[in-house]
Structures are given as C-alpha cells and as structure tokens.
Design a protein around this ligand. Structure first.
Ligand code: DLL
Length: 431
C-alpha cells in the first residue's frame, strides 16, 4: 500500500521535472536568505539536474561554524520547532523547522511507515527517544498522521517497555535495532515471550544494522522488521524507507535529492557504485541544505521497484565513512563484523570491537556474548569450556575470511557488555 500514490508512483519524467523546479526554487530561496549560500552560489544557474554536481558541498562543519542560526533561511520567530543531532563532542548541530517543514516531515514519515506496514488504527509502541533527538517525535507525528494510536514510551526504562508491550499488545513497534533487541532479550530472560506480544511490524533505524540483526529481531518478536533512514540535518527519520519488496530503501526524492560521491574526492559516482550519500533538500524552508555530505556509505538504485513506487532507492547503509576503521591497512566497517558474527547461531547479537592502537600495529579484538542456548549446553558460563572454545575458533575463522584481517575473538560472560537504550556504541578505541 502507498500512502500518497500520486506522489510516490509518478512517472519518472514528471518526477524529474518536479525535482528540477523544486531545486531551482530552493537555490533561489537559499541564495536570497542565507549569506553563506549567497556567497557560494552567486548567480550560478542549474538548468538540468546533472548540473547540481557542479555546486559546492555543505558539511557538518559548516553547520557547526554557523551555530546556532547562521544557515537558517527564516527568522527564529518563524520557526515552529528546533531539534539537534546527537553530537557527542562540543556543541550539538541545531536544526529548525517552519510549520510547513513539519508538514513535509509528517508526510514523508507517513510514507515510509506505511511502506513498512503501519496502518490507521494500529497501536504504535514508540521506543525512540523523545527530546532533541528527531527519532521520537518524528515517528510520533508520522504515526498520528496515518491515524495510528501512538504510545510515546521513549527510550530507556526497559521494565516499562515490557509492561506496556504486554498489556497493550501493539501491532507496531519502533526503536533502534539494538534497543529493540535488548527489550526482547531481557523480556525473555524474565520468563516473558516477546513472540506473544502481537507485534506485526517493527520499524528500526538510526544506526547501522545487518541482515543478521534483522533476522534476529524478526525471530525475537515474530514480526516483519523494516529499515527506516534519515538524519537531523535533512529532516530526521523519513528520508528513506523499505517497502515490502526489500529492494533497498525508497528515498522520498521529491523532497530530498540523492547523489553518491567518492568519499575521498567528492567526484559523483554512477548508479550502483558504493560511495557517500549526498542529499539536497527540495522543499525545506527553515534550513535548506545544498549537497549535504551525510558521511553515510551506500549505493543508489534508480530503476523503479515492482511495488509501484518510482523513487530512487538506496542500499541499506553500511555505516558512516568516519566509522570506518583502518587496521593494518585494511578498511573495515563495524557492520561487516556484525554480519559475519551473526551467521553463527551460538552467538548473541551483542558485541563490541576493541581497537588497540597502543602498539605500533593496531590490534582488533572482538568481544561477543554467547547465545543463551549455548550457555545452557555448557551448564553455565565457563570461559574455557570446550564448546565455547570451539565457537570462538569458528567465529575467528569466519571473521578472518570475511574481513581479511587477523582478529582476536573473546566470548565474554552473558550480560558483561553494555546494553543500548538508543544508538549502540560498537567501537572502543584504546590509544
Ligand atoms: O538517527 C534519525 C533517525 C531516527 C533515523 C530514527 C531513523 C530512525 P541523527 O541522530 O541525526 O538522526 O543521526 C543520523 O544516523 O547519518 C546515519 O549515520 C545513522 N542512521 C540513521 N538511520 C539509519 C539506518 C537519526 N536506517 C545518522 N541505517 C545518519 C544506518 C542510520 N544508519
């Protein structure tokens, strides 16, 4: 089912004409109202969508340098809401919305949530954090737009999640994949059954997650798990989402225009080639973004999908270019480690990568917890139990083959690794 068939399945030529018209209006708007863009764009005209590639990029550093309102195209009094991205260092990245921008956000959220199976009348258990983070309120507004009954549980307080899930039996659940897994795992440990909660549709995102983690979530909740992508600087969640065909994530590209560039050189790459996603907003009033470098690694799939949507799709996100680890000259994304580890049923999808850079050559250790069934088989967790040792050896071999790097795998005691209540921290660097 499509939320807005007229917009989502418009013929490619109509879509391209609309994109060009909106792009030109956005450039005029940004130039007229934001000195930063006026100085960089001057009178450069874009007569064709391909000419976008000649314009300069905008980066997170530009947002930081113009904090708080320097890149805004409307006066603060015209803003209906502010959010901020989850910056861990220094000042957050502040983003703003006019009332019209909030309408667009609700529309794109209604589209991606509908594509994931959410329907009017369904109860939505919202486990994304409410507050400056865009996850909680983004799904809240999208759910209300569809006509769902939204339960604004927010992140954290796992016991309350258990209680409300069991008592209210929601048809839909949304959270970060790592937190959702923690909810399921801890409920099962307390004797509850996450499969009996009645959750049919899980909507997950805000962090990279592998097909293995998808399978683990679908098994845990007996639900269908869909991927939803977005970032605060562009709108929040709702930039792209999967449909029932799972052929990638449909970008709402009548509002956000995607390009893929080489992360090192910034040179545009052809469809199907992996690179950094660059997004240009086509309808944003408060904070227009021109060629924003997302840092996220994916590939563009422009051909239409059998579901009827004619928008471009992106592959599931591999991670951020700045999450990429370089160990002994080998490039590695944490999501690649996750994919290799989760192929083994005896391991739990709870892991952390420890990169030790104190020696001349960096060392990679992967700590992972055993699956409960394995612990039972061993009669409790014992570090040197032959069964654990065997799993450790298999995991090491599998990882070495998958990532081409010698790694040390440690199977650690159940519950010894930190659980995520929001975005999971998968890498610890020792310097
Ligand atoms: O994480 C918005 C969001 C909320 C998306 C809820 C989906 C669900 P930020 O805090 O600004 O916004 O972080 C954005 O998170 O650039 C990606 O690196 C990562 N990210 C978001 N969604 C996905 C996903 C929200 N589905 C940053 N897969 C982005 C992989 C994702 N990474």
């Amino acid at each position: 089912m499509l939320w807005n068939p007229a917009a989502e399945s418009q013929p490619p030529t109509t879509r391209r004409a609309l994109q060009l018209e909106r792009l030109q209006a956005t450039l005029d708007w940004a130039r007229a109202r934001v000195p930063f863009h006026a100085a960089r764009l001057r009178d450069r005209a874009v007569r064709d969508l391909d000419e976008l590639a000649a314009l300069p990029f905008t980066t997170k550093a530009d947002l930081r340098d113009h904090y708080p309102f320097g890149l805004f195209a409307v006066a603060p009094a015209e803003l209906a809401r502010l959010h901020a991205s989850s910056g861990t260092r220094g000042k957050p990245t502040l983003v703003g919305y006019t009332a019209e921008d909030l309408e667009v956000w609700r529309e794109v959220m209604a589209r991606v949530m509908t594509a994931a199976g959410a329907r009017r009348g369904d109860l939505l258990h919202n486990g994304f954090g409410y507050g400056l983070f865009t996850g909680g309120l983004g799904f809240h507004d999208g759910g209300e737009r569809i006509g769902m009954t939204v339960v604004p549980v927010s992140s954290g307080n796992t016991a309350r999640h258990h209680l409300l899930l069991q008592d209210l039996q929601p048809a839909a659940l949304c959270a970060t994949p790592s937190f959702a897994l923690h909810i399921a795992e801890s409920l099962a440990e307390q004797g509850g059954d996450p499969r009996a909660l009645g959750v049919r549709h899980g909507m997950f995102g805000a962090e990279p997650w592998s097909e293995g983690l998808r399978a683990a979530l679908e098994r845990a909740f007996d639900c269908r798990a869909s991927d939803i992508y977005g970032l605060s600087e562009i709108v929040g969640p709702g930039v792209a989402g999967e449909c029932e065909r799972r052929t990638g994530l449909h970008v709402c590209d009548d509002h956000f225009l995607p390009e893929i560039v080489d992360p090192a050189t910034g040179v545009p790459l052809p469809p199907g080639t992996e690179g950094e996603l660059v997004l240009t907003t086509l309808t944003k009033r408060a904070l227009p973004m021109i060629r924003y470098r997302t840092g996220d690694i994916t590939a563009l799939r422009p051909e239409p999908c059998p579901c009827g949507r004619t928008s471009a799709r992106i592959d599931r996100l591999k991670g951020r270019s700045d999450d990429m680890l370089v160990i002994k000259g080998v490039n590695l994304y944490p999501s690649e480690v996750e994919a290799a580890l989760l192929a083994l049923d005896e391991l739990q999808p709870t892991y952390v990568l420890i990169v030790d850079r104190t020696a001349t050559l960096a060392r990679l250790e992967i700590q992972v917890e055993p699956a409960p069934a394995l612990v039972v088989r061993c009669g409790g967790f014992r570090e040197h139990h032959p069964a654990l040792e065997q799993v450790r050896r298999r995991a090491t071999e599998r990882l070495q083959k998958a990532i081409g790097l010698s790694v040390e795998v440690t199977v650690v005691a159940p519950h010894s690794l930190p659980r995520s209540e929001g975005k999971a921290v998968r890498v610890v660097e020792r310097r």
